[in-house]
Design a protein around this ligand. Structure first.
Ligand code: C5P
Length: 219
Protein backbone atom coordinates (compact mmCIF):
# COMPACT_ATOMS: atom_id res chain seq x y z
CA UNK A 1 0.00 0.00 0.00
CA UNK A 2 2.41 2.67 -1.20
CA UNK A 3 1.55 6.25 -0.21
CA UNK A 4 3.13 8.93 -2.39
CA UNK A 5 2.93 12.61 -1.49
CA UNK A 6 3.02 15.05 -4.41
CA UNK A 7 4.16 18.55 -3.42
CA UNK A 8 3.40 21.19 -6.06
CA UNK A 9 6.07 23.84 -5.47
CA UNK A 10 6.44 25.34 -8.94
CA UNK A 11 4.39 28.49 -8.45
CA UNK A 12 5.98 31.90 -8.79
CA UNK A 13 4.05 33.23 -5.80
CA UNK A 14 3.20 36.55 -7.44
CA UNK A 15 0.79 37.51 -4.63
CA UNK A 16 3.62 37.11 -2.12
CA UNK A 17 5.77 39.56 -4.04
CA UNK A 18 9.18 38.04 -3.15
CA UNK A 19 11.96 37.91 -5.75
CA UNK A 20 12.17 34.10 -5.66
CA UNK A 21 9.46 31.44 -6.14
CA UNK A 22 7.36 31.06 -3.00
CA UNK A 23 8.41 27.54 -1.99
CA UNK A 24 12.05 28.72 -1.82
CA UNK A 25 11.29 31.56 0.60
CA UNK A 26 12.54 30.92 4.14
CA UNK A 27 10.36 30.73 7.22
CA UNK A 28 12.91 30.79 10.01
CA UNK A 29 16.02 28.90 8.92
CA UNK A 30 14.29 26.63 6.39
CA UNK A 31 12.52 27.10 3.07
CA UNK A 32 8.81 26.34 2.83
CA UNK A 33 9.74 23.44 0.54
CA UNK A 34 11.96 21.89 3.24
CA UNK A 35 9.35 22.41 5.97
CA UNK A 36 6.57 20.81 3.92
CA UNK A 37 8.64 17.79 2.91
CA UNK A 38 9.86 17.36 6.49
CA UNK A 39 6.28 17.34 7.86
CA UNK A 40 5.27 14.68 5.31
CA UNK A 41 8.23 12.45 6.19
CA UNK A 42 7.82 13.08 9.93
CA UNK A 43 4.21 11.88 9.70
CA UNK A 44 5.59 8.36 9.33
CA UNK A 45 2.81 7.41 6.88
CA UNK A 46 4.34 8.61 3.59
CA UNK A 47 6.58 6.26 1.56
CA UNK A 48 7.77 8.70 -1.12
CA UNK A 49 7.65 12.46 -1.63
CA UNK A 50 7.72 13.92 -5.15
CA UNK A 51 8.18 17.69 -5.43
CA UNK A 52 7.38 19.70 -8.59
CA UNK A 53 9.54 22.81 -8.92
CA UNK A 54 10.38 25.39 -11.61
CA UNK A 55 12.81 23.97 -14.22
CA UNK A 56 15.63 26.32 -13.24
CA UNK A 57 15.42 25.24 -9.58
CA UNK A 58 15.51 21.44 -9.96
CA UNK A 59 19.14 21.18 -8.79
CA UNK A 60 18.61 23.57 -5.89
CA UNK A 61 15.53 21.62 -4.78
CA UNK A 62 17.39 18.30 -4.98
CA UNK A 63 20.02 19.74 -2.61
CA UNK A 64 17.41 21.17 -0.21
CA UNK A 65 15.25 18.03 0.00
CA UNK A 66 17.56 15.07 -0.73
CA UNK A 67 14.96 12.59 0.59
CA UNK A 68 12.44 13.65 -2.08
CA UNK A 69 12.18 12.96 -5.82
CA UNK A 70 12.31 16.23 -7.79
CA UNK A 71 10.45 16.82 -11.07
CA UNK A 72 9.90 19.88 -13.25
CA UNK A 73 6.50 21.48 -12.66
CA UNK A 74 4.30 23.23 -15.21
CA UNK A 75 2.58 26.51 -16.04
CA UNK A 76 -0.52 25.70 -13.96
CA UNK A 77 -0.71 24.00 -10.58
CA UNK A 78 -2.58 21.11 -12.24
CA UNK A 79 0.36 20.58 -14.62
CA UNK A 80 2.72 20.42 -11.63
CA UNK A 81 0.55 17.84 -9.86
CA UNK A 82 0.23 15.79 -13.04
CA UNK A 83 4.03 15.74 -13.44
CA UNK A 84 4.33 14.37 -9.89
CA UNK A 85 1.69 11.69 -10.45
CA UNK A 86 3.43 10.54 -13.64
CA UNK A 87 6.75 10.24 -11.79
CA UNK A 88 5.24 7.83 -9.24
CA UNK A 89 2.86 5.56 -11.20
CA UNK A 90 3.07 2.72 -8.64
CA UNK A 91 1.25 4.52 -5.78
CA UNK A 92 -1.80 2.99 -4.07
CA UNK A 93 -2.74 6.39 -2.64
CA UNK A 94 -1.63 9.92 -3.42
CA UNK A 95 -1.53 12.86 -1.06
CA UNK A 96 -1.33 16.25 -2.76
CA UNK A 97 0.08 18.92 -0.49
CA UNK A 98 0.90 22.57 -1.22
CA UNK A 99 4.48 23.52 -0.38
CA UNK A 100 2.99 26.85 0.70
CA UNK A 101 1.27 25.17 3.70
CA UNK A 102 4.65 25.08 5.37
CA UNK A 103 3.53 24.70 8.99
CA UNK A 104 1.13 21.78 8.47
CA UNK A 105 1.39 19.44 11.48
CA UNK A 106 2.27 15.77 10.81
CA UNK A 107 -0.82 14.85 12.86
CA UNK A 108 -3.10 16.28 10.14
CA UNK A 109 -1.26 14.27 7.49
CA UNK A 110 -1.78 11.11 9.57
CA UNK A 111 -5.51 11.85 10.00
CA UNK A 112 -5.97 12.16 6.22
CA UNK A 113 -4.24 8.82 5.69
CA UNK A 114 -6.29 7.20 8.50
CA UNK A 115 -9.47 8.10 6.59
CA UNK A 116 -8.08 6.59 3.35
CA UNK A 117 -7.25 3.40 5.22
CA UNK A 118 -10.78 3.44 6.65
CA UNK A 119 -12.10 3.19 3.08
CA UNK A 120 -12.68 6.77 1.88
CA UNK A 121 -11.72 7.35 -1.77
CA UNK A 122 -10.96 11.08 -1.40
CA UNK A 123 -10.32 13.05 1.80
CA UNK A 124 -9.83 16.80 2.34
CA UNK A 125 -9.20 18.83 5.52
CA UNK A 126 -11.85 21.51 5.99
CA UNK A 127 -12.37 24.44 8.35
CA UNK A 128 -15.55 26.43 9.01
CA UNK A 129 -15.55 29.85 7.32
CA UNK A 130 -15.24 32.75 9.75
CA UNK A 131 -16.36 35.54 7.42
CA UNK A 132 -19.71 35.91 5.70
CA UNK A 133 -19.30 34.99 2.02
CA UNK A 134 -21.22 36.79 -0.75
CA UNK A 135 -21.23 36.44 -4.52
CA UNK A 136 -20.84 39.63 -6.57
CA UNK A 137 -21.28 40.60 -10.23
CA UNK A 138 -18.75 42.38 -12.49
CA UNK A 139 -19.63 45.80 -11.03
CA UNK A 140 -19.11 44.52 -7.49
CA UNK A 141 -22.81 44.51 -6.60
CA UNK A 142 -23.84 41.67 -4.30
CA UNK A 143 -25.87 38.99 -6.07
CA UNK A 144 -26.26 36.55 -3.17
CA UNK A 145 -25.33 35.91 0.45
CA UNK A 146 -24.36 32.29 1.06
CA UNK A 147 -25.38 30.21 4.07
CA UNK A 148 -22.15 30.21 6.06
CA UNK A 149 -23.05 27.10 8.01
CA UNK A 150 -22.74 25.07 4.79
CA UNK A 151 -19.38 26.54 3.69
CA UNK A 152 -15.92 25.15 4.41
CA UNK A 153 -12.43 26.40 3.57
CA UNK A 154 -10.43 23.49 2.14
CA UNK A 155 -6.78 22.79 2.95
CA UNK A 156 -4.17 20.22 1.98
CA UNK A 157 -2.95 17.50 2.19
CA UNK A 158 -5.76 16.06 0.12
CA UNK A 159 -5.72 12.26 -0.07
CA UNK A 160 -6.96 10.08 -2.95
CA UNK A 161 -7.15 6.48 -4.08
CA UNK A 162 -4.46 6.46 -6.76
CA UNK A 163 -6.68 5.29 -9.64
CA UNK A 164 -9.23 7.98 -8.89
CA UNK A 165 -6.66 10.81 -8.96
CA UNK A 166 -5.04 9.42 -12.11
CA UNK A 167 -8.47 9.40 -13.81
CA UNK A 168 -9.17 12.95 -12.62
CA UNK A 169 -5.89 14.05 -14.20
CA UNK A 170 -6.35 12.26 -17.54
CA UNK A 171 -5.23 14.28 -20.62
CA UNK A 172 -8.83 15.28 -21.39
CA UNK A 173 -8.45 17.66 -18.44
CA UNK A 174 -5.19 19.17 -19.82
CA UNK A 175 -5.02 22.90 -19.46
CA UNK A 176 -7.39 22.88 -16.50
CA UNK A 177 -6.72 25.86 -14.29
CA UNK A 178 -8.13 24.27 -11.15
CA UNK A 179 -6.24 24.89 -7.92
CA UNK A 180 -8.13 22.12 -6.13
CA UNK A 181 -7.45 18.45 -6.82
CA UNK A 182 -10.62 17.32 -5.05
CA UNK A 183 -12.57 19.56 -7.45
CA UNK A 184 -11.34 17.46 -10.38
CA UNK A 185 -12.35 14.28 -8.55
CA UNK A 186 -15.82 15.77 -7.90
CA UNK A 187 -16.14 16.50 -11.64
CA UNK A 188 -15.72 12.81 -12.50
CA UNK A 189 -18.25 11.77 -9.87
CA UNK A 190 -15.96 10.89 -6.96
CA UNK A 191 -17.14 11.23 -3.37
CA UNK A 192 -14.99 13.59 -1.32
CA UNK A 193 -15.09 13.29 2.48
CA UNK A 194 -14.10 16.23 4.68
CA UNK A 195 -12.27 15.87 7.99
CA UNK A 196 -11.47 18.60 10.52
CA UNK A 197 -8.66 20.78 9.17
CA UNK A 198 -5.97 22.46 11.25
CA UNK A 199 -5.42 26.24 11.44
CA UNK A 200 -1.64 25.62 11.26
CA UNK A 201 -2.11 24.22 7.74
CA UNK A 202 -2.88 27.73 6.43
CA UNK A 203 -1.45 28.64 3.02
CA UNK A 204 1.21 31.31 2.87
CA UNK A 205 -0.10 33.54 0.09
CA UNK A 206 0.50 37.16 1.10
CA UNK A 207 3.20 39.07 3.01
CA UNK A 208 0.83 39.08 5.99
CA UNK A 209 0.72 35.25 5.93
CA UNK A 210 4.51 35.13 5.73
CA UNK A 211 4.82 37.41 8.77
CA UNK A 212 2.43 35.19 10.70
CA UNK A 213 4.31 32.01 9.67
CA UNK A 214 7.66 33.53 10.69
CA UNK A 215 6.26 34.71 14.02
CA UNK A 216 4.84 31.24 14.73
CA UNK A 217 8.15 29.55 13.91
CA UNK A 218 10.12 31.93 16.12
CA UNK A 219 7.77 31.37 19.08
O1 C5P B 1 -0.65 30.00 -5.95
P1 C5P B 1 -1.08 29.08 -4.86
O2 C5P B 1 -0.61 29.51 -3.51
O3 C5P B 1 -2.52 28.71 -4.89
O4 C5P B 1 -0.29 27.71 -5.16
C1 C5P B 1 -0.50 26.56 -4.37
C2 C5P B 1 0.68 25.62 -4.54
O5 C5P B 1 0.75 25.18 -5.90
C3 C5P B 1 2.02 26.29 -4.20
O6 C5P B 1 2.77 25.41 -3.37
C4 C5P B 1 2.64 26.51 -5.56
O7 C5P B 1 4.06 26.45 -5.56
C5 C5P B 1 2.06 25.36 -6.39
N1 C5P B 1 2.05 25.64 -7.84
C6 C5P B 1 2.74 24.79 -8.72
N2 C5P B 1 2.76 25.06 -10.07
C7 C5P B 1 2.14 26.14 -10.57
C8 C5P B 1 1.40 27.01 -9.70
C9 C5P B 1 1.37 26.73 -8.34
O8 C5P B 1 3.34 23.80 -8.27
N3 C5P B 1 2.20 26.37 -11.89
Amino acid sequence: MKIVAIVPAAGQGLRLGESIPKAFVRVGSRTMLELSVRALLDSGVVDQVVVSVPAELVDEAAALVPDATVVTGGAERADSVRAGVEKAPDASYYLVHDAARALTPPSLIRRVVDELHAGQQAVVPALPVADTVKTVNAQGDVTDTLDRSQLRAIQTPQGFEADLLRKAYEPTQLGDKTTDDAGLVEKIGGTVRTIDGDPMAFKVTTQMDLRIARALVSE
